[in-house]
Design a protein around this ligand. Sequence first.
Ligand SMILES: [Zn+2]
Length: 418
Amino acid sequence: MIVKNADLNGVISDIFIKDGIITDIVAVDKRSNIVDSENVFDAENKKVVPSFFNTHTHSAMTLLRGYADDMPLNPWLSEKIWPAEAKLVPEDVYWGTKLACLEMIKTGTTFFNDMYWCIDSIIKAATEMNMRLAVSATFIDIGKDTDKLIKELDDTYERVSAIDNPNIIFTIAPHAIYTVSEKMLKYSGKFAKDHDLFIHTHLSETKKEYDDCLRDHGMKPAFYLDSFGLLTEKTMLAHSVWLDDDEIKLIADRGATVSHNPISNMKLSVGKAFDYRKMKNANVRVTLGTDGCSSNNNLNMAESMKFASILQKFAYNDPALMSAEECFKIASFNGAEAFGIKAGKIEKGYDADFLVLKSNIYDMTPGFNVYSDIVYSVGNNFVDSVFCKGKLIMEHGKIEGEDEIISHAKKISKKFIS
Ligand SMILES: [Zn+2]
């Protein structure tokens, strides 16, 4: 595959791709022969940038978009979200995940780190949509039969690890330290170590979580998590807002990654801004997540980038904090790197995960700086075409099955109000 006439930072170039990897980049004025075959995509001098890696979401919650808003976190979860989720069957999760994939691809995301139930439905949906996926065995076991859950985890691992798809990463996802028992946290830490797995969990979203952990376990949340072997180089910590300096140092020492979810944090009013400067100074890898559609309410990484950058500037009174280019790297390169994926740069040897941007759209005009335009200006209609691991998964805004996905999602959503 060759993507010709791509505008890479102002240099019109041809991008050569083989087996999903960029094998060469040649400026058009140094082009030796004009290639013309069915394996050529003409970028028509449009800007080409790396795609986004969404490191924390609950994809099928697209079905609950707009269902419950403007409520405090605990009653929001217990009175609205959890009862609605109890009505979901695997087929619903399949369509909800398809809707999430549709939205993510349209807004430039090629990878998502998901935490939800009905793992087979999620895998089927993401595979059909040609996306990369980190999919988790997700569990909450407070008030449930932990031994049964352990058996299910073992079975799920056997089943999913047998799937032959390099675009799927299996992770273990204890939901949070306050929803998973000590027994299950201990088992999870050992399981992740034995099988060398990525770990995905929520950590320190609220002050209540911090205070309760200290009261109940005599330890701060990050130290409590670490006591089960759950803080490793392969751990992704969603939120990570209420952490003190010792915890940030511990996370850095363990080489774990955090997923910053600015819109969710602000919408659910977690009471404090994520401390990017401290994380950065401690050399913690920071990535970006949208969180689910119940607390965001979309999966548009460009919008999350704007909130991330502007929240830092506002909260810490420093307009230079988290520049557009730095924010873009957090949303692309850092997210890929956290999962061991060589992407997030358009260079020889990197995976071919990139976006061809629309030209002649008002919110990227006049077009002085592509990072500034994407982080601060664009809406949700700035991506022309998307490549994921060298495969063209959206061509000129079109994705197969779009209408069917939307009509199924609408039909399913009726069950929440009946
Ligand atoms: Zn979440």
